[in-house]
Design a protein around this ligand. Structure first.
Ligand code: FES
Length: 158
């Protein structure tokens, strides 16, 4: 008996997607399967990186121009929900002032994702905490511009 490995993979993927639809909103699935702003920026003005109690790590980088977030990227080694959260959150902060971004809560993120099952709510908290860490790092860099220069030079040499 021969097995078509591609057909098998496609059937598995379809099954996983069908299972996910029973648990997650269409928005979560869309943002998890087609992530926005995933990756890294070489010249970020602020970086937050937090490992949650689940053991997964989220990183968010922001670039700020004239007090507004001009660009942001996220990375995660976590679950699909953490991808959806990083993806949606980086969209939500686009062109926001630092003050506007700081008041975004995990409840705001949950609403934008049309909700999450209770056992995945911590993924949204991790994403928002990581954004706050990136903003804190940005503010530290503002006070210590030579630190930012060293960080950026270090990035260039990597
Ligand atoms: Fe760890 Fe989602 S971020 S389970």
């Amino acid at each position: 008996m021969s097995v078509d490995i591609y057909e098998l993979a496609k059937r598995l993927e379809t099954q996983v997607l069908e299972d996910a639809k029973e648990v997650f909103s269409e928005t979560v699935i869309e943002y998890a399967y087609n992530p926005r702003n995933m990756g890294e920026i070489s010249c970020a003005d602020g970086v937050g990186k937090i490992t949650g109690t689940c053991g997964d790590t989220v990183q968010i980088q922001i670039c700020v121009e004239d007090g507004r977030i001009s660009e942001s990227r996220f990375m995660t080694d976590g679950c699909g929900t953490s991808i959806a959260c990083g993806s949606m959150l980086t969209e939500m902060i686009g062109d926001k002032t630092i003050e506007e971004a700081l008041v975004i809560t995990s409840d705001d993120l949950l609403r934008s994702l049309d909700g999450l099952p209770e056992e995945y709510v911590h993924c949204s908290v991790l994403a928002v905490d990581t954004l706050h860490a990136a903003i804190a790092d940005y503010r530290t860099n503002l006070e210590q511009p030579d630190k930012l220069m060293r960080d950026k030079q270090g990035d260039d040499q990597e």
